[in-house]
Design a protein around this ligand. Structure first.
Ligand SMILES: C[S@@+](CC[C@H](N)C(=O)[O-])C[C@H]1O[C@@H](n2cnc3c(N)ncnc32)[C@H](O)[C@@H]1O
Length: 277
């Protein structure tokens, strides 16, 4: 079977999944990403002592931060379909000295093995844009959250990706073309607020935040190189055009005029106390 163009749909079937581990961890360390993530977790309203589930936990970047927020009396469980990510997440959490309050296991977001109301809060960060039927996952997250508990989701929105590049038409072609080809919904970020309201959560709130890079962070470099590589692979541009595009980016970085921004949308709501409306 041909691989889906989005590697996050089937991490363990990729040629070099360890490269994806490095990339997620590099993103996790990027200062603006650290701020974005922590601001979202505070916005979600996680409390000390809470039992939290993270769906699509990857290498555990978010769960490790959750552990710090909920303190020694809380616990966080990350589930992810990738065995390799789960193994790496366990190793990285162990190395961070977090102990048994952070655990990881293999699981699919649309088929969670937990009883109704098992968690105080459920989270999914940069997951839904990768999955074909996002509401199925969110319904499961709501099911396993206790009444009065919180469901919180954060996603980028590739319709808001902006790069100051001398060749705007080429930039648009690469960004739009690659995003349409890879993601189930490249514009998922802006839909989260609507999704949580439609699925019956109370007190739904939205936090819009921006990834902003003016220093050409290593994660932005890898991200843009991958965009160029995919644009060639998908037949959107020639190898020569992709090279010229990357050279334009290097030029901006050399002149210290590099600017890339991307909106991240966080939505959070409360599971109603009574039967779901
Ligand atoms: C971009 S990574 C985000 C990882 C982590 N949340 C973070 O922000 O660092 C997307 C994750 O979603 C996972 N994923 C893909 N399909 C999934 C599904 N159906 N249910 C749960 N997770 C899924 C992937 O394995 C991957 O770990």
């Amino acid at each position: 079977m041909a691989h889906h163009p989005d590697p996050y749909r089937a991490v363990d079937r990729q040629v070099d999944p360890l490269k994806m581990v490095k990339s997620l961890e590099a993103r996790g360390r990027t200062p603006t990403q650290v701020r974005l993530r922590r601001r979202f977790l505070v916005f979600a309203g996680l409390r000390p002592g809470w039992k939290v589930l993270e769906v699509g936990s990857g290498t555990g970047v978010v769960s490790r931060d959750v552990a710090a927020l909920i303190g020694p009396t809380g616990s966080v469980l990350g589930v992810d379909p990738s065995r390799l990510f789960v193994r790496e997440a366990r190793r990285l959490a162990r190395e961070s000295g977090l102990g048994p309050r952070v655990r990881f296991e293999v699981g699919h977001g649309a088929r969670l093995r937990f009883r109704d109301g098992a968690f105080d809060a459920t989270l999914a960060v940069t997951v839904l844009l990768h999955v074909p039927k996002a509401p199925e996952i969110v319904k499961e997250m709501i099911r396993v959250t206790r009444p009065g508990g919180v469901v919180a989701i954060q996603d980028q929105d590739f319709g808001t990706l902006a790069l100051d590049h001398p060749d705007r038409p080429l930039t648009e072609k690469i960004f739009d073309g690659v995003a349409r080809k890879i993601y189930a919904d490249p514009w998922s970020g802006r839909t989260l607020y609507r999704m949580l309201r439609r699925l019956g959560l109370d007190s739904v709130r939205l936090l819009t935040d921006v990834y902003q890079d003016t220093t050409f962070e290593p994660w932005s470099r890898t991200f843009l190189e991958r965009r160029a590589e995919n644009a060639v692979k998908f037949g959107l541009v020639s190898a020569r055009q992709a090279e010229r595009w990357l050279a334009g980016i290097e030029g901006q970085a050399y002149a210290r005029t590099f600017v890339m921004t991307l909106n991240f949308y966080g939505a959070a709501g409360v599971k109603p106390q009574g039967p779901r409306r």
